[in-house]
Write a protein that binds this ligand. Structure first.
Ligand code: UD1
Length: 365
C-alpha cells in the first residue's frame, strides 16, 4: 500500500505546538505536506517554535499576514485551494479554531477532499468570538473529528454530528509531556528575571474583547499593578498595539516581555504562583502543570478545568481580579479528563485505519 499523501494546515502560534507531536507520529506512515498560511509571521510568533520544537520547515509558506478577518480568511482560502488542486492529497488536517483552520477546512471540503479536525467539538457558546464560528463551521465540514474531551463529543452529538468522532485526548498534553524536561534544562528566563518559584504571576492577554476595549485593558493592567508579586507579561502584538494606542503604561511590578518561545513559557507557567490569561491553550497547560489559573473571559471551552477547581472565570474588573487572587485555593488532586498525553499516536492509528478502509472500499468498487 502506498503511503497516503496528507496536507496539514498550520498558521498561528498554538497550531505549531499542536502540530509537532502529530507530525512526528504521522510521518512514519504517511507523506506529509505542510502549508503555513503565515497568519502568524513574526520571528517570535512563528519561527522560534519551529526552532525550539524541531519542526521541519513547511513545504509551502503562503505569507498571507494580517488583515481583516474576511480578507485574511479569503486570501488563505484562495491560496490553499490552488495548492490542494495541484497536489490532491487524500486528507487535509487542521488544528483548533483560527482563521487558518477554517480556511483549510473550507478549501478542502469544496474540493471534496476529506478533512480531519484536531481539537473538534469545543464550544464557548459565544458567537461574538471569531473562533466559535471557525470551530462550528470546521466541525460541520469534517469527516474525522478528534475530540479532546467527553464534552466535545456531547457538543457534536447535540449538533447532529455522531459519525467519525473519536476521543483522543488533548494533543497539547502530548507536547507538555514531551518538552517539559527540555524546557527546565534549557530555559533561563526565570533566572534572568530573578524570580523565585511561586513568588510571581504569569499573565497573557490577547483576545479582542480584552484588548480592543480601553476600559477592560486598563482595568486588567491596573489589577496587575495592585498584586503582591511581580507579574511576568509576554505581550502579544495585538495587545502591544492597543496599549500604545490607549497610552496605557506598565506599573512597576509588571515585567513586560516580547512573546515567549514554548520552552520559556512552560517553565514560567509551571513555577508561577498563578496564571492570569484569556488564552485557551494556557488554561490547559496550567492544568497539566498544576498551576492555578484565572481566565479573564466570560466563558471557556475547557469547562473541566473549572469543574475541578484549577481554573476560574473572572471579569475584566480590577477588584474582581485582585479578590480572586487573594482567595486563591489550590486543589489537591486532578482527574485526567484530557487523556493520557498520547493523542498523536491515537490520531495516527485512526487515520491509517480510515485510509485502509477507504482504499479497500475503492478496490471493491
Ligand atoms: C489568533 C487566533 C486565536 C489564537 C491566537 C494565538 C483567529 C481568529 N484567532 O489570534 O484563536 O488564540 O491567534 O495567538 O484566528 N501580529 C503580528 N505578528 C504576528 C502575528 C500577528 O504583529 O506574527 C499582529 C497582527 O498585525 C494583528 C494581531 O497581531 O493585528 C492579531 O493577529 P491575528 O492573526 O489576527 O489574530 P490573533 O489575535 O493572534
Amino acid at each position: 500500500m502506498l503511503k497516503p499523501l496528507i496536507t496539514i494546515i498550520i498558521g498561528a502560534r498554538p497550531q505549531f505546538i499542536k502540530h509537532q507531536p502529530l507530525q512526528e507520529a504521522l510521518e512514519k506512515s504517511s507523506q506529509i505536506r505542510v502549508l503555513h498560511t503565515g497568519q502568524h509571521y513574526d520571528e517570535k510568533m512563528s519561527k522560534v517554535f519551529f526552532q525550539e520544537l524541531g519542526i521541519r520547515t513547511p513545504d509551502v509558506e503562503l505569507s498571507v499576514g494580517s488583515s481583516s478577518h474576511g480578507q485574511q480568511t479569503g486570501k488563505m482560502l484562495e491560496l490553499i485551494e490552488k495548492d490542494l488542486q495541484q497536489e490532491r492529497p487524500c486528507l487535509v488536517i487542521v488544528y483548533g479554531d483560527t482563521n487558518s483552520t477554517l480556511a483549510g477546512a473550507l478549501a478542502a471540503s469544496k474540493l471534496q477532499i476529506p478533512v480531519a479536525h484536531v481539537e473538534a467539538g469545543l464550544r464557548s457558546f459565544n458567537r461574538a468570538m471569531p473562533e466559535e464560528i471557525n470551530r462550528i463551521l470546521t466541525d460541520h465540514c469534517s469527516e474525522l473529528l478528534f475530540v479532546p474531551s467527553d464534552t466535545g463529543r456531547a457538543h457534536l452529538s447535540q449538533e447532529g454530528i455522531k459519525k467519525g468522532v473519536f476521543f483522543v485526548g488533548d494533543i497539547m498534553f502530548d507536547a507538555v509531556l514531551h518538552f517539559r524536561e527540555k524546557a527546565h534544562q534549557e530555559s533561563r528566563l526565570q533566572k534572568t528575571l530573578k524570580l523565585e518559584t511561586e513568588a510571581y504571576y504569569y499573565a497573557t492577554i490577547h483576545r479582542p474583547a480584552n484588548t480592543d476595549s480601553r476600559s477592560n485593558l486598563q482595568n486588567i493592567i491596573s489589577a496587575f499593578g495592585a498584586l503582591d508579586f511581580p507579574v511576568v507579561f509576554p505581550v502579544h502584538p495585538r495587545t502591544a498595539k492597543m496599549l500604545q494606542q490607549y497610552q496605557i503604561s506598565f506599573p512597576k511590578n509588571v515585567l513586560p516581555q516580547d512573546p515567549l518561545g514554548y520552552l520559556d513559557n512552560i517553565v514560567l507557567l509551571e513555577n508561577a504562583k498563578a496564571v492570569l490569561t484569556d488564552s485557551g491553550g494556557l488554561q490547559k497547560e496550567a492544568f497539566y502543570l498544576k498551576t492555578p489559573c484565572l481566565t479573564i473571559r466570560p466563558e471557556t471551552e475547557w469547562p473541566e478545568t473549572i469543574d475541578q477547581g484549577w481554573n476560574q472565570l473572572i471579569s475584566p474588573e480590577r477588584d474582581s481580579i485582585i479578590q480572586a487572587l487573594s482567595n486563591l485555593e489550590v486543589p489537591s488532586e486532578q482527574r485526567p479528563v484530557y487523556g493520557k498525553g498520547n493523542s498523536a499516536i491515537q490520531i495516527t492509528e485512526i487515520i491509517m485505519n480510515w485510509y485502509r478502509t477507504c482504499n479497500s472500499q475503492q478496490g471493491i468498487a
